[in-house]
Design a protein around this ligand. Structure first.
Ligand SMILES: [Zn+2]
Ligand SMILES: [Zn+2]
Length: 108
């Protein structure tokens, strides 16, 4: 099963969220919940998504998104790159830096 789907509403990428232990895909743009397989009866639609959860989705997705801008910021973990991608936190509006080489992320 793929861990990514597309939002039926806005066509952005929805990512599998296991935060609640339920199988649900969350749109990274509008927070719409995209259902998994139609026959999957475990899906619940009353899952509330916090901004923190959304940020972790943004980080996971943003690492591979070449549209996110690079900024001079050496990665402290792998030291392979001097430039990290950044995204804006939906909650705090601060920058979150993401190393494109490893799984390191850092809030400004
Ligand atoms: Zn959407
Ligand atoms: Zn790194």
């Amino acid at each position: 099963m793929s861990s990514k789907r597309f939002c039926e509403i806005c066509n952005n990428i929805a990512i599998l969220s296991t935060t609640t232990g339920e199988l649900v895909f969350i749109c990274t743009a509008c927070k719409n919940q995209v259902l998994g397989e139609p026959e999957d009866t475990l899906i619940k639609t009353d899952v509330s998504i916090t901004a923190i959860d959304l940020d972790s989705v943004l980080i996971e997705f943003g690492r591979y998104d070449n549209c996110n801008p690079l900024e001079y910021k050496p990665c402290l973990k792998c030291k392979k790159t001097d430039y990290m991608r950044y995204i804006r936190s939906r909650e705090t509006l601060k920058k979150i830096y993401i190393c494109p080489e490893c799984d390191y992320s850092e809030t400004s």
